[in-house]
Design a protein around this ligand. Structure first.
Ligand SMILES: Nc1nc(=O)c2c([nH]1)NC[C@@H]1CN(c3ccc(C(=O)N[C@@H](CCC(=O)O)C(=O)O)cc3)C=[N+]21
Length: 294
C-alpha cells in the first residue's frame, strides 16, 4: 500500500483563486484594497522566509502588504507603539507580529495590544474566547489550513478519532477546539464532530494512543518524531512540523516510512505550511470586510 499524498500546493492554489475573486469584488464595491501589515523583529532566517511567502501571497490574491522590520534590540515600548500606530491606521486591515519574538520582549503583551478586528492570526484573547465558544471572528490560520486540506481531499472528521500531538496556542489547542465542535464555520458539520485527544510531552504510552487515531496530527516540533509503528494502517497523517535539519527541511513525521503504512499523508514542504499562508489571506480579506462595515 502506498499513501495518498495530500498536496497542499493544489489546495492552496484553488483557495487562492477563490480569494482573489472575492478580493476583486470587494475592491469593485468599496474601492478598498485589503492590506496586511507584517511586523518582523530581528533576523531569524526562518521568519524571513515565512514573511516573504506571506508578502508574495498577498500580491498573488490582489492585496497589498507592508513589512515593518525592526532591530532585534527594539524595546517593548517601541514595539507597542508600532502596534498602536498600525491599529489606528485605516489603511491597514490586518496586523501580524511574526513569532517568535526575542526573549527580552513580552509577546503576550504585544499580541494583546493588537486591535481584535485586525487580529488575522486569531491570537488575541477575545478572539480565542470567541473561537472556543464556537462563534469565531477569525479562524486561526494553521488549524484552518488543516481543516481545508482534509475537506479538499474529502476526508471528513465527524465521528473519527483525532489524535493531536502538541498543545501549542498556535496549533494544537485551537485545532482541538475546532475539530471537537458541532460544525466548522467554513466546512460544515462533516469537518467537526471528532473525538479529539491532545497528547503532549507528559502523555504516557503515546504509541498506544496514536495507534487509535483515524487522523493523526503532528505539531510538536521534533523532526521525524512520528514513526511508522505509531500509525494505524490506513490512517490520515497531517504533518504540521517544519524542522531545519542537516538533510534539509523535514516535518514531525518519518514521511518515507509512513508512505507504506498511512492511507494519506501531507508532505513538508508543500503541505500544511502553504495553507497557513493562504488562510492568512482569507483572514485579511475578512478583516477588510468587517472594517468596511459588512
Ligand atoms: N504571528 C505568527 N503567525 C504565524 O502564522 C506564524 C508565526 N507567527 N511564526 C511562525 C509560524 C510558522 N508559519 C509558517 C508560515 C509559512 C510556512 C510556509 O510557507 N511553508 C512552506 C515553505 C517552507 C520553507 O521553505 O521554509 C511549505 O511548507 O511549503 C510555514 C510556516 C507561520 N507561523
Amino acid at each position: 500500500m502506498t499513501a495518498t499524498i495530500l498536496d497542499g500546493k493544489t489546495v492552496s492554489a484553488a483557495l487562492q483563486d477563490d480569494i482573489a475573486q472575492r478580493v476583486e469584488q470587494f475592491k469593485a464595491k468599496t474601492g478598498v484594497t485589503p492590506c496586511l501589515a507584517a511586523v518582523l523583529v530581528g533576523e531569524d532566517p526562518a521568519s524571513q522566509v515565512y514573511v516573504r511567502n506571506k508578502e508574495r501571497a498577498c500580491a498573488k490574491v490582489g492585496m497589498t502588504s507592508q513589512l515593518f522590520r525592526r532591530a532585534e534590540d527594539i524595546s517593548q515600548a517601541d514595539l507597542l507603539a508600532l502596534v498602536q500606530q498600525l491599529n489606528q491606521d485605516d489603511n491597514v486591515n490586518g496586523i501580524l507580529v511574526q513569532l517568535p519574538l526575542p526573549k527580552h520582549l513580552d509577546a503576550s503583551e504585544v499580541l494583546d495590544a493588537i486591535d481584535p478586528r485586525k487580529d488575522v492570526d486569531c491570537f488575541h484573547p477575545s478572539n480565542v474566547g470567541l473561537l472556543s465558544q464556537g462563534r469565531p471572528n477569525f479562524l486561526p490560520c494553521t488549524p484552518h489550513g488543516v481543516v481545508q486540506i482534509l475537506k479538499h481531499f474529502d476526508l471528513p472528521t465527524a465521528g473519527k478519532n483525532v489524535v493531536i500531538l502538541g498543545r501549542s496556542d498556535i496549533v494544537g489547542k485551537p485545532l482541538a477546539l475546532m475539530l471537537m465542535q458541532r460544525t466548522s464555520q467554513t466546512c460544515g458539520s462533516d469537518y467537526a464532530n471528532a473525538t479529539v485527544t491532545v497528547a503532549h510531552s507528559r502523555t504516557p504510552n503515546l504509541k498506544e494512543l496514536t495507534l487509535q487515531a483515524d487522523i493523526l496530527v503532528a505539531a510538536i516540533g521534533v523532526a521525524k518524531f512520528v514513526t511508522a509503528d505509531m500509525v494505524k494502517p490506513g490512517a490520515v497523517v497531517v504533518d504540521v512540523g517544519i524542522n531545519r535539519t542537516d538533510d534539509g527541511l523535514c516535518g514531525d513525521v518519518d514521511y518515507d516510512a509512513l508512505l507504506q503504512v498511512a492511507g494519506a499523508v501531507t508532505p513538508v514542504p508543500g503541505g500544511v505550511g502553504r495553507l497557513t499562508v493562504t488562510m492568512l489571506m482569507e483572514n485579511t480579506l475578512q478583516a477588510a470586510m468587517i472594517q468596511a462595515g459588512g
